[in-house]
Design a protein around this ligand. Structure first.
Ligand code: ZN
Length: 444
């Protein structure tokens, strides 16, 4: 049954997660925004609710396939499996050790009487489960094993496509469980990554507004205020997060869930899916993987991206130099991309988004000049907030004995920034800098 869209999209109406699930919101600018995930359960000890969810999604009979990573299985998967088995359900477990073969292993565990797939893990595991559920035509229930992931409710999954990160459409989960007994026990690095993820959205909002002005891409002020309220709420948690207080972790997780649902509500808006800081994060992950170094959580990479990009954007907008520089040398760029990622040059070039022709370019340059000072004020504001966030971020980390910046060298930063605007379709200021030849000039 379709609900009538009589609830206005605003912060108050979306604060309550139970109200946000399976709802249609009225928006003066966009018409409607809706969420398809019908069941969102948060709180301490709510894992037990998996029984009700499985009963509803399976019709009370048949089997479930539970997908988990090695760590998340011990942190949460085993608990879920025990609850289901104890209640008399048949539950087949798939532990993912190799992401490349994950989808195949999940599908191999699906039997004739399998009625649903349950994912217990972070972003990568959930994406594999989401794609397998889509292929098998089964509903998906997600049990969060970490607050440091926001893609679980998206109507798409990220897949590795010959070394590039692509988005593939897939139905979002029918139900999400966020059990504080599980989320409250994660390492400090996960809390920092979740905090970084929410606060890095400030840069997405900037890129989204930039793209609306420059390119006419959709940007809804209602969605923007939801993102800002989530980020404000997490700023307010600062001190309690550094002490790892459960109440603060609960609030952080709820805001992550809200952000994740925005991907259903506004799938084509840059601020929901991620701006240049997200592209930076995926590029950084690619560089780390190519160098056989330990991959980091998306939220950590995105937060570092937001820090360096806010500085870079400020330099670009302060310079006032909207002048035409020689267009970027795409072959040179491809060469660098190839060296950093190990992907052959011809494969890189075939994926590159081109630069605008001279007519489009003059229009961009004109708009850039017109709005430059407005953009500058916005980015200064964003930079101030991001530096404030970075002090909290470091404190959450240092409590756990980490030092957050050591895993990327100066040249890694340069490479990640330089690669980020090339292979993602979303228009950002970073892309504009590349197209106009200004990126190399301002690289740190
Ligand atoms: Zn809207």
């Amino acid at each position: 049954m379709e609900l009538s869209a009589n609830i206005e999209i605003n912060t108050v109406n979306t604060l309550n997660l139970a109200r946000l699930s399976g709802a249609v919101f009225r928006c003066d600018a966009c018409g409607t925004h809706k969420t398809e995930t019908r069941d969102i359960i948060t709180g301490a000890g709510v894992s037990i609710e998996i029984i009700r969810i499985v009963t509803e999604l399976s019709g009370g009979a048949g089997r479930a396939v539970l997908v988990s990573g090695k760590n998340s299985f011990f942190a949460a998967g085993k608990k879920i499996s025990d609850i289901l088995t104890g209640a008399g359900f048949f539950c087949d477990t798939v532990i993912i050790e190799n992401l490349t073969a994950a989808q195949k292993s999940i599908l191999a565990a699906v039997k004739d009487d399998t009625r649903l797939i349950i994912s217990v893990g972070g972003g990568a595991i959930t994406d594999c489960a989401k794609l397998a559920a889509a292929e098998a035509g089964l509903p998906l229930a997600v049990v969060l094993s970490t607050p440091a992931s926001e893609n679980f409710a998206a109507p798409y999954a990220y897949v590795d496509n010959d070394g590039f990160t692509d988005r593939r459409e897939a139905p979002p989960p029918a139900a999400v469980i966020a059990d504080l007994d599980i989320l409250g026990a994660v390492p400090a690095s996960h809390i920092a990554a979740a905090f970084g993820l929410v606060t890095s959205k400030i840069l997405s909002v900037f890129d989204s507004r930039f793209s609306r002005v420059m390119n006419g891409t959709p940007h809804c002020d209602g969605i923007e205020s939801l993102i800002c309220s989530a980020s404000d709420a997490c700023f307010g948690l600062g001190e309690s997060l550094t002490r790892h207080e459960r109440k603060a972790i609960a609030a952080l997780s709820e805001n992550i869930i809200r952000l994740s649902l925005l991907k259903q509500m506004a799938p084509s808006q840059i601020m929901a899916s991620g701006g240049a800081e997200g592209h930076f994060a995926l590029s950084a992950a690619q560089i780390l993987t190519a160098g056989s170094r330990r991959p980091r959580m998306y939220g950590e990479n995105a937060f570092l991206g937001a820090q360096v990009l806010a500085k870079l954007y400020k330099l670009m907008l302060a310079s006032g130099d909207g002048g035409v520089l020689p267009p970027p040398d795409m072959t040179l760029r491809a060469e660098r991309y190839s060296a950093a990622t190990g992907i052959p040059e011809h494969a890189v070039l075939s994926r590159y988004s081109g630069v605008p022709d001279s007519e489009a370019y003059s229009l961009y340059a004109y708009k850039f000049g017109e709005y430059r000072s407005e953009f500058y004020d916005m980015v200064c504001n964003a930079e101030t907030r991001i530096s404030r966030a970075s002090r909290i971020f470091k404190r959450i980390y240092s409590d756990a004995g980490y030092w957050c910046k050591s895993y990327l060298s100066e040249s890694d930063y340069r490479a990640a920034i330089s690669l980020a605007p090339d292979v993602f379709e979303q228009y950002t200021l970073l892309r504009y800098m590349r197209d106009t030849g200004h990126l190399e000039q301002f690289l740190p």
